[in-house]
Design a protein around this ligand. Structure first.
Ligand code: GRF
Length: 203
């Protein structure tokens, strides 16, 4: 399967996916990486992996739709089976999301549906929650709202601050994102009215 990744920053989740493709635990390859920031370290990771990287500056466009159309053009040049958002810090328009319906993944650093949006780790600390985690989900028009594929959780420790919590959740992300991608690439996921199925079993 052909995978295109969208990033804005470090790209450690991208790296995890690249590594699993390389090891063969994902039956697919990252065929391109697109970033809206030219200083994103993820572009270096792409280069080191021999994957074409593209920088599309959202500030050059007059509005979200125009930027998203340019993104679609660049992505579709690679004919992807799956598009993964891996720390891509732009909200995508309904038209973009519809275009990739059923083949667009995101990873979010919370146990969705709790804590949509930014600053999740601090908000979990402030609320005194006993646990936290991360979620891979299909992207729909509702921000951080699509059908869940997999979650990983960790206890919030009394010794935690938001940085230590974030670090722990990040390592969980690196485990579940490649796993979800491997399921997709092996055609093991199906979207039904009740939710996502893995090998015919509701997740
Ligand atoms: C992760 O925390 C992810 O959950 C969020 O953006 C961050 C990306 O990190 N969507 P990285 O660039 O993959 O290191």
């Amino acid at each position: 399967k052909r995978i295109v990744a969208l990033i804005s920053g470090s790209g450690s989740n991208l790296q995890a996916i690249l590594d699993h493709c390389q090891q063969g635990s994902i039956q697919g390859q990252v065929v391109a990486v697109v970033s809206n920031r030219d200083d994103a370290f993820g572009l270096k990771r792409a280069e080191m992996a021999g994957v074409p990287g593209h920088f599309i500056d959202h500030r050059r466009f007059d509005g979200r739709e125009a930027f998203d159309l340019a993104l679609i053009d660049q992505i579709d040049a690679y004919q992807p089976d799956l598009v993964v958002l891996a720390g891509f810090m732009r909200i995508l328009s309904p038209g973009f999301v519809r275009h990739y319906s059923g083949r667009l993944f995101n990873i979010h650093p919370s146990l969705l549906p709790r804590y949509k949006g930014l600053n999740t780790h601090q908000r979990v600390m402030d609320a005194g929650d006993p646990e936290h985690g991360c979620t891979v989900h299909f992207v729909t028009e509702e921000l951080d709202g699509g059908p869940l594929v997999i979650q990983a959780r960790t206890a919030v420790l009394t010794s935690d601050d938001s940085a230590s919590l974030q670090a722990r959740v990040h390592t969980l992300e690196h485990q579940i994102y490649p796993l979800a991608v491997s399921w997709f690439c092996a055609d093991r996921l199906q979207q039904t009215d009740e939710g996502v199925q893995l090998d015919g079993v509701l997740l």
